[in-house]
Design a protein around this ligand. Structure first.
Ligand code: MN
Length: 239
């Protein structure tokens, strides 16, 4: 049977050293840094014994933006940056729940992204006990830098590496990845209880404190120290 409309393009992320990574789904983790949970007014799950389960939400795959220009979102007056480690899944997971020991075998590589958030709409949704979708899963809400293959990254060093975001040259967010309440293996294990991970999936791992508003003209430089980089500029273009 023929398609009755043109098949949509698959969003793709450039890979360091060549090639592109086709994106299937985008999972995101909420409240993975205690200081950010507190700044959002949530109780911080601080210890492995009391942390419970992570907060997950999703963005559509075509929320990805790989160009340096990122259009300011519609329907918000409070577009916030959240700098995050992004984990790219390179293999389909086997059926069932992944152990933390096996989960990291699925990783293709790492990158840096911004989980852009319509904070005003999120606050309104939270106040009414409504879902976060319109605050999180909108067009151009996931700027991302090039992916770095896992073979080029010393995974054991990740906890001590700084995740940071500077806006117009001023650092706004900065924390070592070791501050994450759930590490990468923990998150992939928890996701596998809910979804079967697939090659092409991206996981945004959560943001440290310091989230704040962006305006058109702002220049962002996000970095995972010594590993991955994202440079982008917020524009007033209509999405
Ligand atoms: Mn986030």
């Amino acid at each position: 049977m023929r398609d009755v409309i043109p098949a949509p393009d698959v969003p793709r992320v450039p890979v360091r050293g060549g090639g592109t990574f086709p994106v299937r789904r985008i999972y995101c983790v909420g409240r993975n840094f205690a200081d950010h949970a507190r700044e959002m007014g949530a109780a911080a799950p601080v210890s492995p014994e009391t942390r419970g389960t992570p907060v997950f939400f999703m963005k559509p795959a075509d929320a990805i933006v790989t160009g340096p220009d990122v259009p300011y979102a519609s329907a918000t007056h409070d577009l916030h940056h959240e700098v995050e480690l992004v984990v790219a899944i390179g293999h389909d997971a086997p059926a069932g729940v992944l152990s933390t020991a096996n989960a990291t075998d699925l990783i293709f590589g790492y990158g840096i992204g911004l989980d852009l958030t319509r904070r005003d709409l999120q606050a309104a949704a939270k106040a009414k006990g409504l879902p976060w979708d319109i605050a999180k899963g909108f067009d151009a809400s996931a700027p991302i830098g090039e992916l770095v293959p896992a073979g080029q990254v010393d995974a054991a060093s990740l906890p001590t590496r700084l995740l940071s975001l500077a806006v117009n040259g001023t650092v706004r967010q900065q924390a070592p990845l070791g501050d994450m309440i759930w590490n990468v293996a923990d998150i992939l294990h928890e996701l596998s209880r809910l979804y079967r991970l697939r090659a092409g999936d991206l996981v945004f791992m959560g943001t440290p404190a310091g989230v704040a508003a962006l305006v058109p003209g702002d220049v962002c430089r996000a970095e995972l120290e010594g590993v991955a980089l994202l440079n982008c500029r917020i524009t007033s273009a209509v999405v």
